[in-house]
Design a protein around this ligand. Structure first.
Ligand SMILES: *Cc1c(COP(=O)(O)O)cnc(C)c1O
Length: 377
């Protein structure tokens, strides 16, 4: 089905095309100078010490947990209202995900109170996810981590350039992870980035990204080294220069893209705020946000009603989504199931509305008018 207003649209033009062609013509298409340039540009943009470009964010999360020392049998506290990769990464380490609830209907980030309540002698780390590009309560979370000697990994996939008290998301915990999957704020097709201020984590991430080898083929091709040793059991988690070249172009556009999204969000909020039967999460949020997604939550509702609203909007040509089916209700997390009343309610009654820089004010008018019609019907 093709929608009049899609959920998302790529912010691509001939600049991305040219960047790809240039890399192909250079004949160095795997990890190389473009990847290194993308890393430096990304780290500088966020004020992070180091950045390591990777194949995607799922592997960034895996490496992050490895860097902070999560081991088999450890517990890692995480949200359930996230993309399942956040949680799967914990399982890659043979550790146990312990789900914590969201803060409230209007703050869909992980609850610091629930994090503290879920800490046991086995807890090793916390993964937070900055839902929609809106920051978790990092002061409280870092204080809890300090008190119990836990590591903090930030899944900042939704939040490039988002801020918390003047600091960029992803730079506050021990390691930050980003995704450049096609529908993210920065798109390269597949792609991810790990950032950290620790030189030790940085060195280890670079090793693990490429088989645990002490030098990369690009360095050897340049004649910088001819031999290598393998000193860790690593992976092939590399990004290549074709994706990195797209990423570099995307970084040139990100500020303008986010500025447009901020205007769209403001328009949405102004136009939606007289609907008494919905909650607009993060409505009064004032810090800079990447506005990855625009969500509403139906009040006094249940999933059937929400699904009917989504169907009615689809009939009007408006594509919507649900961020997210909660991880604790998936079959593979049956053994880790726990009651999360707020997450359950939100997951059953949330609707993700279209959000992308190229959308128009007219389309927002149409979406809001359609929601009013559907909810009053
Ligand atoms: C997209 C996303 C991921 C996974 O990223 P990939 O690059 O697709 O592996 C993980 N966590 C969150 C919150 C995401 O939105």
């Amino acid at each position: 089905m093709s929608y009049k207003i899609p959920l998302f649209d790529l912010n691509f033009d001939e600049n991305e095309e040219r960047a790809v062609v240039d890399v192909i013509r250079s004949k160095w298409i795997s990890t190389g100078p473009k990847t290194a340039e993308f890393e430096v540009k990304f780290a500088n943009m966020l004020g992070a010490g180091y950045a390591v470009a990777l194949a995607n964010c799922t592997v960034a999360l895996h490496l992050a947990l490895k860097l902070v020392g999560v081991e088999s049998g450890d517990e890692v506290i995480c949200p359930s209202l996230t993309f399942v990769a956040t949680v799967n990464a914990i399982r890659y380490m043979e550790a146990t995900p312990v789900f914590a609830d969201v803060t409230s209907m209007s703050d869909l980030t992980i609850s610091p109170q629930d994090i503290e309540a879920k800490i046991t002698a086995k807890t090793k780390a916390i993964i937070v996810m900055h839902y929609g590009g809106f920051a978790c309560d990092m002061d409280q979370i870092m204080a809890i981590a300090k008190k119990y000697n836990l590591k903090v990994v930030e899944d900042a996939c939704h939040g490039p350039l988002s801020e918390y008290k003047g600091r960029k998301l992803g730079t506050i915990g021990d390691v930050g992870c980003f995704s450049f999957f096609s529908n993210k704020n920065i798109s390269t097709g597949e792609g991810g980035m790990l950032i950290t201020n620790s030189s030790e984590y940085y060195a280890k991430a670079k090793l693990l990204r490429s088989h645990g080898m002490t030098s990369m083929s690009f360095e050897r091709a340049k004649g910088h080294s001819t031999e290598y040793d393998v000193i860790e059991l690593g992976y092939n988690y590399r990004m290549d220069d074709i994706h990195a070249a797209i990423g570099i172009v995307q970084l040139d556009k990100i500020e303008e893209d986010l500025a447009k999204r901020a205007i769209h969000r403001k328009n949405y909020i102004n136009k939606l705020s007289d609907i008494s039967s919905i909650v607009i999460p993060f409505k009064d949020y004032t810090a800079f946000s990447s506005n990855y997604i625009m969500t509403i939550v139906l009040k006094d509702s249940e999933s059937d009603k929400r699904n009917k609203v989504r169907e009615a909007l689809a009939e009007k040509g408006i594509q919507t989504s649900i961020h997210y089916p909660p991880a604790h209700r998936f079959s593979i997390y049956e053994k880790n199931f726990t009651e999360l009343p707020l997450t359950d309610y939100v997951a059953d009654n949330l609707i993700t509305l279209p959000m992308y820089s190229k959308m128009t004010e007219e389309s927002i008018d149409y979406i809001v008018a359609s929601i009013k019609q559907v909810l009053c019907a």
